[in-house]
Write a protein that binds this ligand. Sequence first.
Ligand SMILES: *Cc1c(COP(=O)(O)O)cnc(C)c1O
Length: 445
Amino acid sequence: MSNLALLGGTPVREKLFPAHKFIAKEEKAAVSAVVETGILSRYIGAQHPDFMGGPQVKAFEEAWAEGYGAEHAVAMNSATSGLFAAAGAAAIGPGDEVIVSPYTMMASVTAAIVFNAVPVFADIDPGTFCLSAETIRAKITPRTKAIIVVHIFGQTADMDPIMALAKEHGLIVIEDAAQCPFATYKGRPAGTLGHMGVFSLNYHKHVHTGEGGVVSTNDADLAEKLRLIRNHAEAVVGKRGVTDLVNMVGFNFRMGEIEAAIGLCQLAKGPELIRRRQANVAHLETRLAGVPGLNMPVVGDGNAHVYYVHAITYDPVAMDLPRNVFVEALKSELPATELREGEGPLMGVGYVRPIYLEPMFQERMAYGNLGCPFACPHYKGEVNYDQGLCPETERAHFETLITHEMMRPPMTTADLDDVANAVQKVVENLPALRDYAARTGATTG
Ligand SMILES: *Cc1c(COP(=O)(O)O)cnc(C)c1O
Protein backbone atom coordinates (compact mmCIF):
# COMPACT_ATOMS: atom_id res chain seq x y z
CA MET A 1 0.00 0.00 0.00
CA SER A 2 1.83 3.10 -1.22
CA ASN A 3 1.67 6.39 0.59
CA LEU A 4 -0.80 8.98 -0.69
CA ALA A 5 0.69 11.85 -2.68
CA LEU A 6 -1.26 14.24 -0.45
CA LEU A 7 0.71 12.83 2.51
CA GLY A 8 4.09 12.98 0.80
CA GLY A 9 3.99 9.82 -1.34
CA THR A 10 4.45 9.44 -5.09
CA PRO A 11 1.43 10.23 -7.29
CA VAL A 12 -0.11 7.54 -9.49
CA ARG A 13 0.70 9.59 -12.58
CA GLU A 14 2.50 12.80 -13.51
CA LYS A 15 2.40 12.71 -17.33
CA LEU A 16 -0.37 15.01 -18.58
CA PHE A 17 -3.55 13.44 -19.93
CA PRO A 18 -4.12 13.95 -23.69
CA ALA A 19 -5.80 17.12 -24.96
CA HIS A 20 -9.47 17.08 -25.92
CA LYS A 21 -8.86 18.43 -29.43
CA PHE A 22 -10.84 17.44 -32.50
CA ILE A 23 -10.12 20.25 -34.87
CA ALA A 24 -8.24 18.60 -37.73
CA LYS A 25 -7.64 18.71 -41.46
CA GLU A 26 -11.36 18.66 -42.33
CA GLU A 27 -12.00 21.85 -40.38
CA LYS A 28 -8.85 23.42 -41.81
CA ALA A 29 -10.00 22.70 -45.38
CA ALA A 30 -13.52 23.96 -44.67
CA VAL A 31 -12.19 27.19 -43.17
CA SER A 32 -9.79 27.70 -46.08
CA ALA A 33 -12.64 27.30 -48.54
CA VAL A 34 -14.64 30.00 -46.76
CA VAL A 35 -11.64 32.31 -46.55
CA GLU A 36 -11.08 31.82 -50.30
CA THR A 37 -14.53 33.25 -51.02
CA GLY A 38 -13.65 36.42 -49.12
CA ILE A 39 -17.11 36.46 -47.54
CA LEU A 40 -16.86 35.61 -43.86
CA SER A 41 -20.48 36.47 -43.11
CA ARG A 42 -23.37 37.17 -45.42
CA TYR A 43 -25.97 38.54 -43.03
CA ILE A 44 -27.85 41.74 -43.69
CA GLY A 45 -29.96 43.21 -40.89
CA ALA A 46 -32.80 44.19 -43.23
CA GLN A 47 -35.56 42.52 -45.23
CA HIS A 48 -33.47 40.80 -47.89
CA PRO A 49 -32.64 37.17 -48.81
CA ASP A 50 -29.40 37.54 -46.83
CA PHE A 51 -31.39 38.30 -43.67
CA MET A 52 -31.07 34.53 -43.09
CA GLY A 53 -27.28 34.46 -43.45
CA GLY A 54 -24.89 32.92 -45.95
CA PRO A 55 -24.55 29.49 -47.58
CA GLN A 56 -22.52 27.87 -44.77
CA VAL A 57 -24.96 29.03 -42.10
CA LYS A 58 -27.90 27.75 -44.13
CA ALA A 59 -26.21 24.40 -44.84
CA PHE A 60 -25.27 24.03 -41.19
CA GLU A 61 -28.83 24.76 -40.05
CA GLU A 62 -30.22 22.26 -42.53
CA ALA A 63 -27.78 19.56 -41.45
CA TRP A 64 -28.49 20.19 -37.78
CA ALA A 65 -32.26 20.09 -38.26
CA GLU A 66 -32.02 16.92 -40.29
CA GLY A 67 -29.63 15.26 -37.85
CA TYR A 68 -31.99 16.06 -35.01
CA GLY A 69 -35.29 15.38 -36.61
CA ALA A 70 -36.32 18.98 -35.82
CA GLU A 71 -38.26 21.14 -38.28
CA HIS A 72 -36.09 24.20 -37.74
CA ALA A 73 -32.57 24.87 -36.52
CA VAL A 74 -31.52 28.48 -36.03
CA ALA A 75 -27.76 29.08 -35.74
CA MET A 76 -26.55 31.57 -33.12
CA ASN A 77 -23.18 32.90 -32.03
CA SER A 78 -23.51 31.16 -28.64
CA ALA A 79 -25.93 29.16 -26.54
CA THR A 80 -26.27 32.22 -24.33
CA SER A 81 -27.58 34.09 -27.37
CA GLY A 82 -29.76 31.09 -28.16
CA LEU A 83 -31.26 31.11 -24.66
CA PHE A 84 -31.88 34.87 -24.84
CA ALA A 85 -33.54 34.51 -28.25
CA ALA A 86 -35.64 31.59 -27.01
CA ALA A 87 -36.78 33.54 -23.95
CA GLY A 88 -37.72 36.43 -26.24
CA ALA A 89 -39.57 34.17 -28.65
CA ALA A 90 -41.47 32.68 -25.69
CA ALA A 91 -42.82 36.22 -25.06
CA ILE A 92 -41.32 36.35 -21.57
CA GLY A 93 -41.56 39.86 -20.14
CA PRO A 94 -41.93 42.10 -17.08
CA GLY A 95 -44.14 40.63 -14.36
CA ASP A 96 -43.49 37.07 -15.49
CA GLU A 97 -41.81 34.31 -13.54
CA VAL A 98 -39.61 31.73 -15.24
CA ILE A 99 -38.94 28.48 -13.41
CA VAL A 100 -35.35 27.36 -13.78
CA SER A 101 -32.73 25.13 -12.18
CA PRO A 102 -30.22 26.72 -9.80
CA TYR A 103 -27.62 24.12 -10.82
CA THR A 104 -26.58 25.29 -14.25
CA MET A 105 -24.43 27.66 -16.18
CA MET A 106 -25.58 31.23 -15.46
CA ALA A 107 -27.00 31.91 -18.95
CA SER A 108 -29.95 29.56 -18.34
CA VAL A 109 -31.03 32.06 -15.68
CA THR A 110 -30.04 35.39 -17.24
CA ALA A 111 -32.22 34.44 -20.23
CA ALA A 112 -35.18 35.36 -17.99
CA ILE A 113 -33.50 38.43 -16.49
CA VAL A 114 -32.69 39.91 -19.89
CA PHE A 115 -36.43 40.18 -20.67
CA ASN A 116 -37.09 41.62 -17.21
CA ALA A 117 -38.70 38.46 -15.88
CA VAL A 118 -37.98 36.99 -12.46
CA PRO A 119 -36.23 33.62 -12.20
CA VAL A 120 -37.84 31.24 -9.72
CA PHE A 121 -35.59 28.38 -8.70
CA ALA A 122 -36.96 24.86 -8.35
CA ASP A 123 -34.87 22.11 -6.81
CA ILE A 124 -33.07 19.37 -8.71
CA ASP A 125 -33.84 15.68 -8.63
CA PRO A 126 -30.84 14.06 -6.89
CA GLY A 127 -30.82 11.23 -9.46
CA THR A 128 -30.57 13.32 -12.65
CA PHE A 129 -29.47 16.69 -11.15
CA CYS A 130 -32.20 18.20 -13.37
CA LEU A 131 -35.57 19.75 -12.52
CA SER A 132 -38.47 17.31 -12.12
CA ALA A 133 -42.22 17.74 -12.63
CA GLU A 134 -42.67 17.60 -8.83
CA THR A 135 -40.15 20.32 -8.04
CA ILE A 136 -41.50 22.49 -10.86
CA ARG A 137 -45.14 22.01 -9.82
CA ALA A 138 -44.37 23.36 -6.34
CA LYS A 139 -43.17 26.64 -7.89
CA ILE A 140 -45.97 27.35 -10.38
CA THR A 141 -47.94 30.55 -9.70
CA PRO A 142 -50.38 32.57 -11.83
CA ARG A 143 -47.30 34.56 -12.93
CA THR A 144 -45.37 31.58 -14.33
CA LYS A 145 -44.77 31.98 -18.04
CA ALA A 146 -42.12 29.45 -18.95
CA ILE A 147 -39.83 26.73 -17.69
CA ILE A 148 -36.17 26.50 -18.64
CA VAL A 149 -35.25 22.85 -18.15
CA VAL A 150 -31.50 22.29 -18.10
CA HIS A 151 -30.29 18.85 -19.15
CA ILE A 152 -27.25 19.05 -16.94
CA PHE A 153 -24.10 16.88 -17.22
CA GLY A 154 -25.32 15.03 -20.35
CA GLN A 155 -28.61 13.41 -19.47
CA THR A 156 -32.09 14.87 -19.97
CA ALA A 157 -34.60 15.63 -17.28
CA ASP A 158 -37.60 13.29 -17.10
CA MET A 159 -39.44 15.27 -19.77
CA ASP A 160 -42.78 13.50 -20.32
CA PRO A 161 -44.23 14.52 -16.93
CA ILE A 162 -42.71 17.99 -17.31
CA MET A 163 -44.36 18.49 -20.71
CA ALA A 164 -47.69 17.23 -19.35
CA LEU A 165 -47.45 19.71 -16.47
CA ALA A 166 -46.54 22.53 -18.87
CA LYS A 167 -49.52 21.70 -21.06
CA GLU A 168 -51.84 21.68 -18.06
CA HIS A 169 -50.70 25.22 -17.17
CA GLY A 170 -50.10 26.59 -20.69
CA LEU A 171 -46.37 27.10 -20.14
CA ILE A 172 -43.59 27.26 -22.71
CA VAL A 173 -40.70 24.85 -22.14
CA ILE A 174 -37.20 25.78 -23.24
CA GLU A 175 -34.64 23.00 -23.03
CA ASP A 176 -31.11 24.07 -22.26
CA ALA A 177 -29.42 21.17 -24.03
CA ALA A 178 -25.96 22.78 -24.09
CA GLN A 179 -24.47 19.80 -22.23
CA CYS A 180 -26.64 17.25 -23.97
CA PRO A 181 -26.14 17.17 -27.76
CA PHE A 182 -26.86 13.75 -29.29
CA ALA A 183 -28.44 12.51 -26.04
CA THR A 184 -31.81 10.82 -26.17
CA TYR A 185 -34.80 10.59 -23.85
CA LYS A 186 -36.90 7.46 -24.37
CA GLY A 187 -35.33 7.29 -27.81
CA ARG A 188 -36.14 10.91 -28.76
CA PRO A 189 -33.37 13.48 -29.20
CA ALA A 190 -32.70 15.98 -26.41
CA GLY A 191 -33.59 19.46 -27.58
CA THR A 192 -36.70 18.33 -29.48
CA LEU A 193 -38.76 17.44 -26.40
CA GLY A 194 -39.83 20.96 -25.37
CA HIS A 195 -40.96 23.92 -27.47
CA MET A 196 -37.39 25.03 -28.15
CA GLY A 197 -34.01 23.35 -27.55
CA VAL A 198 -30.78 25.29 -27.14
CA PHE A 199 -27.33 23.84 -27.89
CA SER A 200 -23.86 25.25 -27.30
CA LEU A 201 -20.89 25.01 -29.62
CA ASN A 202 -18.34 26.64 -27.34
CA TYR A 203 -14.85 25.20 -27.06
CA HIS A 204 -15.64 23.09 -23.99
CA LYS A 205 -18.64 21.28 -25.41
CA HIS A 206 -18.83 17.83 -27.07
CA VAL A 207 -18.53 19.40 -30.52
CA HIS A 208 -17.65 23.02 -31.07
CA THR A 209 -17.01 25.92 -33.40
CA GLY A 210 -14.97 27.98 -30.94
CA GLU A 211 -18.08 29.94 -30.02
CA GLY A 212 -21.51 29.09 -31.36
CA GLY A 213 -24.99 27.83 -30.62
CA VAL A 214 -28.16 26.45 -32.18
CA VAL A 215 -31.84 26.64 -31.28
CA SER A 216 -34.11 23.93 -32.64
CA THR A 217 -37.89 23.99 -32.73
CA ASN A 218 -40.79 22.34 -34.51
CA ASP A 219 -42.86 25.53 -34.37
CA ALA A 220 -42.62 27.77 -37.43
CA ASP A 221 -43.77 30.89 -35.53
CA LEU A 222 -41.14 30.42 -32.85
CA ALA A 223 -38.50 29.81 -35.53
CA GLU A 224 -39.41 33.10 -37.21
CA LYS A 225 -39.19 34.97 -33.89
CA LEU A 226 -35.81 33.37 -33.16
CA ARG A 227 -34.51 34.55 -36.55
CA LEU A 228 -35.86 38.04 -35.97
CA ILE A 229 -34.35 38.38 -32.50
CA ARG A 230 -31.06 37.04 -33.89
CA ASN A 231 -30.84 39.83 -36.41
CA HIS A 232 -32.17 43.29 -35.51
CA ALA A 233 -35.87 42.41 -35.34
CA GLU A 234 -37.08 46.00 -34.89
CA ALA A 235 -35.48 47.02 -38.19
CA VAL A 236 -37.14 44.21 -40.12
CA VAL A 237 -40.61 43.58 -38.68
CA GLY A 238 -42.31 46.36 -40.64
CA LYS A 239 -41.23 45.15 -44.06
CA ARG A 240 -41.76 41.53 -43.03
CA GLY A 241 -45.37 42.25 -42.08
CA VAL A 242 -44.90 41.02 -38.50
CA THR A 243 -47.80 42.23 -36.35
CA ASP A 244 -46.98 40.68 -32.96
CA LEU A 245 -44.32 43.07 -31.72
CA VAL A 246 -43.72 41.47 -28.30
CA ASN A 247 -39.95 41.20 -27.76
CA MET A 248 -39.25 42.17 -31.35
CA VAL A 249 -36.13 43.92 -30.13
CA GLY A 250 -33.30 42.36 -32.04
CA PHE A 251 -29.71 41.68 -31.17
CA ASN A 252 -26.82 40.59 -33.31
CA PHE A 253 -26.63 36.89 -32.44
CA ARG A 254 -25.43 35.88 -35.92
CA MET A 255 -23.04 33.01 -36.53
CA GLY A 256 -20.32 33.64 -39.13
CA GLU A 257 -19.57 31.51 -42.19
CA ILE A 258 -16.31 30.16 -40.74
CA GLU A 259 -18.01 28.85 -37.60
CA ALA A 260 -20.83 27.34 -39.65
CA ALA A 261 -18.32 25.56 -41.92
CA ILE A 262 -16.54 24.17 -38.86
CA GLY A 263 -19.92 23.25 -37.40
CA LEU A 264 -20.70 21.07 -40.42
CA CYS A 265 -17.47 19.10 -39.86
CA GLN A 266 -18.04 18.82 -36.13
CA LEU A 267 -21.63 17.70 -36.54
CA ALA A 268 -20.38 14.76 -38.60
CA LYS A 269 -17.89 13.81 -35.87
CA GLY A 270 -20.41 14.10 -33.06
CA PRO A 271 -21.79 10.56 -32.88
CA GLU A 272 -18.34 8.92 -32.81
CA LEU A 273 -17.07 11.36 -30.16
CA ILE A 274 -20.13 10.58 -28.05
CA ARG A 275 -19.68 6.83 -28.50
CA ARG A 276 -16.12 7.11 -27.22
CA ARG A 277 -17.21 9.10 -24.17
CA GLN A 278 -19.79 6.45 -23.38
CA ALA A 279 -17.25 3.64 -23.81
CA ASN A 280 -14.77 5.47 -21.59
CA VAL A 281 -17.36 5.94 -18.86
CA ALA A 282 -18.34 2.28 -19.13
CA HIS A 283 -14.72 1.24 -18.63
CA LEU A 284 -14.23 3.58 -15.70
CA GLU A 285 -17.44 2.46 -14.06
CA THR A 286 -16.49 -1.20 -14.43
CA ARG A 287 -13.22 -0.44 -12.69
CA LEU A 288 -14.95 1.55 -9.91
CA ALA A 289 -17.82 -0.87 -9.36
CA GLY A 290 -17.90 -2.05 -5.80
CA VAL A 291 -16.23 0.98 -4.22
CA PRO A 292 -18.64 1.60 -1.36
CA GLY A 293 -19.60 5.24 -1.10
CA LEU A 294 -19.15 6.16 -4.77
CA ASN A 295 -22.41 6.03 -6.71
CA MET A 296 -22.30 6.27 -10.47
CA PRO A 297 -24.89 8.26 -12.47
CA VAL A 298 -28.12 6.38 -13.08
CA VAL A 299 -29.26 6.43 -16.70
CA GLY A 300 -33.02 6.30 -17.27
CA ASP A 301 -34.58 3.59 -19.45
CA GLY A 302 -34.36 4.50 -23.13
CA ASN A 303 -32.01 7.39 -22.38
CA ALA A 304 -28.58 7.90 -23.88
CA HIS A 305 -26.31 9.85 -21.51
CA VAL A 306 -23.59 11.80 -23.32
CA TYR A 307 -21.44 12.58 -20.26
CA TYR A 308 -20.52 16.24 -20.56
CA VAL A 309 -19.06 15.55 -17.17
CA HIS A 310 -19.08 12.31 -15.19
CA ALA A 311 -21.14 13.07 -12.08
CA ILE A 312 -20.38 10.76 -9.18
CA THR A 313 -22.32 10.93 -5.93
CA TYR A 314 -20.09 10.55 -2.87
CA ASP A 315 -21.46 9.18 0.38
CA PRO A 316 -19.61 10.89 3.24
CA VAL A 317 -21.20 8.57 5.82
CA ALA A 318 -20.22 5.31 4.09
CA MET A 319 -16.72 6.73 3.55
CA ASP A 320 -16.56 8.20 7.04
CA LEU A 321 -14.69 11.08 5.44
CA PRO A 322 -15.75 14.50 4.13
CA ARG A 323 -15.92 14.62 0.35
CA ASN A 324 -13.52 17.52 -0.02
CA VAL A 325 -10.71 15.60 1.68
CA PHE A 326 -11.31 12.58 -0.56
CA VAL A 327 -11.19 14.76 -3.69
CA GLU A 328 -8.12 16.65 -2.46
CA ALA A 329 -6.32 13.31 -2.04
CA LEU A 330 -7.53 12.04 -5.42
CA LYS A 331 -6.46 15.18 -7.26
CA SER A 332 -3.01 14.90 -5.71
CA GLU A 333 -2.59 11.53 -7.44
CA LEU A 334 -3.45 12.78 -10.94
CA PRO A 335 -2.05 15.18 -13.54
CA ALA A 336 -3.68 18.00 -15.48
CA THR A 337 -4.76 17.66 -19.12
CA GLU A 338 -2.81 19.05 -22.09
CA LEU A 339 -4.01 22.49 -23.30
CA ARG A 340 -5.57 23.03 -19.85
CA GLU A 341 -2.39 22.63 -17.82
CA GLY A 342 -3.19 25.53 -15.52
CA GLU A 343 -6.41 23.97 -14.25
CA GLY A 344 -4.94 20.97 -12.46
CA PRO A 345 -6.69 17.59 -12.71
CA LEU A 346 -10.10 18.11 -14.37
CA MET A 347 -12.05 17.13 -11.29
CA GLY A 348 -13.97 19.10 -8.73
CA VAL A 349 -16.23 19.15 -5.70
CA GLY A 350 -19.75 19.93 -6.90
CA TYR A 351 -20.35 21.94 -10.05
CA VAL A 352 -21.31 25.64 -9.71
CA ARG A 353 -22.58 27.32 -6.54
CA PRO A 354 -26.40 27.26 -6.50
CA ILE A 355 -27.12 30.32 -8.59
CA TYR A 356 -29.46 32.06 -6.16
CA LEU A 357 -26.48 32.48 -3.82
CA GLU A 358 -24.77 34.81 -6.32
CA PRO A 359 -24.82 38.58 -5.62
CA MET A 360 -27.38 39.36 -8.37
CA PHE A 361 -29.98 37.43 -6.40
CA GLN A 362 -28.80 38.05 -2.87
CA GLU A 363 -28.73 41.83 -3.55
CA ARG A 364 -31.60 41.74 -6.07
CA MET A 365 -29.70 44.01 -8.42
CA ALA A 366 -29.68 43.52 -12.19
CA TYR A 367 -30.85 46.30 -14.53
CA GLY A 368 -30.18 49.83 -13.33
CA ASN A 369 -30.10 50.41 -9.59
CA LEU A 370 -33.85 50.33 -8.88
CA GLY A 371 -34.03 46.57 -8.31
CA CYS A 372 -35.52 45.57 -11.69
CA PRO A 373 -36.79 43.03 -12.47
CA PHE A 374 -37.21 41.86 -8.86
CA ALA A 375 -38.80 45.10 -7.64
CA CYS A 376 -40.44 46.04 -10.96
CA PRO A 377 -43.92 47.55 -10.33
CA HIS A 378 -45.36 45.05 -12.81
CA TYR A 379 -44.06 42.17 -10.71
CA LYS A 380 -46.66 41.15 -8.15
CA GLY A 381 -44.86 38.22 -6.57
CA GLU A 382 -42.25 37.92 -3.91
CA VAL A 383 -39.42 35.64 -4.79
CA ASN A 384 -37.24 33.72 -2.34
CA TYR A 385 -33.48 33.37 -2.85
CA ASP A 386 -32.52 32.38 0.70
CA GLN A 387 -29.87 29.82 1.50
CA GLY A 388 -31.70 26.52 2.06
CA LEU A 389 -34.13 27.22 -0.82
CA CYS A 390 -33.16 24.11 -2.81
CA PRO A 391 -31.87 21.52 -0.33
CA GLU A 392 -31.03 18.79 -2.87
CA THR A 393 -29.00 21.26 -4.91
CA GLU A 394 -27.17 22.51 -1.84
CA ARG A 395 -26.49 18.97 -0.59
CA ALA A 396 -25.12 17.91 -3.99
CA HIS A 397 -22.97 20.98 -4.29
CA PHE A 398 -21.63 21.32 -0.77
CA GLU A 399 -21.49 17.68 0.35
CA THR A 400 -21.93 14.87 -2.14
CA LEU A 401 -21.29 15.60 -5.82
CA ILE A 402 -17.97 14.96 -7.54
CA THR A 403 -17.65 15.91 -11.20
CA HIS A 404 -14.74 15.13 -13.50
CA GLU A 405 -13.89 15.31 -17.18
CA MET A 406 -11.27 12.58 -17.32
CA MET A 407 -13.39 10.43 -19.61
CA ARG A 408 -13.28 12.74 -22.63
CA PRO A 409 -11.77 11.27 -25.76
CA PRO A 410 -8.95 10.71 -26.61
CA MET A 411 -8.37 9.22 -23.12
CA THR A 412 -7.09 5.67 -23.69
CA THR A 413 -7.82 2.59 -21.61
CA ALA A 414 -4.40 3.03 -19.98
CA ASP A 415 -5.26 6.67 -19.13
CA LEU A 416 -8.59 5.63 -17.66
CA ASP A 417 -6.89 2.89 -15.66
CA ASP A 418 -4.64 5.52 -14.07
CA VAL A 419 -7.75 7.41 -12.95
CA ALA A 420 -9.27 4.21 -11.54
CA ASN A 421 -5.98 3.24 -9.88
CA ALA A 422 -5.85 6.63 -8.20
CA VAL A 423 -9.36 6.14 -6.79
CA GLN A 424 -8.41 2.66 -5.63
CA LYS A 425 -5.28 3.98 -3.94
CA VAL A 426 -7.21 6.67 -2.08
CA VAL A 427 -9.83 4.16 -0.97
CA GLU A 428 -7.11 1.79 0.33
CA ASN A 429 -5.65 4.65 2.32
CA LEU A 430 -8.88 5.88 3.91
CA PRO A 431 -7.66 5.33 7.50
CA ALA A 432 -4.65 7.59 6.90
CA LEU A 433 -6.91 10.16 5.29
CA ARG A 434 -9.31 10.10 8.22
CA ASP A 435 -6.36 10.87 10.52
CA TYR A 436 -5.35 13.70 8.20
CA ALA A 437 -8.92 15.08 8.22
CA ALA A 438 -9.02 14.95 12.01
CA ARG A 439 -5.64 16.69 12.25
CA THR A 440 -6.60 19.46 9.81
CA GLY A 441 -10.09 19.86 11.23
CA ALA A 442 -11.93 19.13 7.96
CA THR A 443 -15.48 18.23 8.94
CA THR A 444 -17.80 19.20 6.10
CA GLY A 445 -17.87 19.30 2.32
C1 LIG B 1 -22.09 26.01 -21.92
C2 LIG B 1 -23.44 26.22 -21.42
C3 LIG B 1 -24.24 27.32 -21.78
C4 LIG B 1 -23.73 28.50 -22.55
O1 LIG B 1 -23.07 28.20 -23.70
P1 LIG B 1 -22.32 29.34 -24.55
O2 LIG B 1 -22.33 28.78 -25.93
O3 LIG B 1 -20.95 29.46 -23.97
O4 LIG B 1 -23.08 30.60 -24.43
C5 LIG B 1 -25.54 27.36 -21.34
N1 LIG B 1 -26.05 26.42 -20.56
C6 LIG B 1 -25.32 25.36 -20.16
C7 LIG B 1 -25.95 24.33 -19.29
C8 LIG B 1 -23.99 25.24 -20.56
O5 LIG B 1 -23.26 24.20 -20.14
